[in-house]
Design a protein around this ligand. Sequence first.
Ligand code: 6CS
Length: 338
Amino acid sequence: MAKYVTKTFAAAAAASVMAMSAGMAQAETWRYAFEEAIDEVQGVFAQKFKEEIEANSDHTVQLFPYGTLGESADIMEQAQAGILQFVDQSPGFTGSLIPEAQVFFVPYLLPQDTEKLGEFFRTSKAINEMFPELYSEQGLELLVMFPEGEVCMTTQEPVSGPEDLNEVKFRVMTNPLLVESYKAFGATPTPLPWGEVYGALQTGIIQGQENPMFFIESTKMYEVTEVITCAGHNNFTTAVMANEEFFEGLPEEEQKMINDAIDVAFEHIIDYQKGLHEESIEKIKAAKPEMQVNVLSEEERQPFVEAADEVEATFLEMTGESGKKILDQLKADLEAVQ
Ligand code: 6CS
């Protein structure tokens, strides 16, 4: 009996080695964690990716929305360790690992138009050729970056210029350049992981935070703040990566299948976001009619626009030659789509 079991096991092992060497990797479950809920933008992207992978292979993709495996920093560690095959982490949390990723927090760098942004992310040399090298140094295969919408501020009092942010403890993601950015905007920046934001606003530890409109609505930030201010200073960028060792160990056709699934999910998420900002404002207004939503005029934006130069200079100080190359290339890529 023991002999039979050993033989059967050996035959099965040999078959699996043969299958693998023939380029047919065994069906595995791949784990993919992200920083948002399943029905928020990162979740919608992940669901499309899962759907594509499962339609085109025998693999299963297990999704881990925000909170199931910890904060953003935790899921990144798990992806680097190979516990997760895929992770979505926004540059807002990647700043200390890859300082150049902070370039997305130079105010007024990115346009707000979803179509233009889509074209920029699709074609940018900085994003598609330069950033992958930097992520690779951290054991990560950068698969895609995509926009999640204009970032607006939520505060207790109206904001029409930097003087209104004076003494406002303003939550930012744990990103050194974002801290500098809100200092330049006149606020007192307070870096916090996402899980602490609602409670900190509720208890008055902080008085403001920023996020895209869909997220302000879905996470009910409007319940604990009174005013939303859109100054057009940024568009939320996120990034999806694979553990590099895992990715490089896959047969070429599976790597291609993953990249194809990413491309489909990218187009889906650009399309999904059309009108999302406006729909989210309507939902907020329906839930809390007294919530103020203010869009700053060109004149009101001017002091924030002027502060951007200081933030850009700090970015260059923090990242040196490598940051300068990324910034110059990003600007050239943006000019090409404007
Ligand atoms: O502000 C944050 O921390 C979160 N904002 C968004 C839009 N996605 C995930 C991130 O954790």
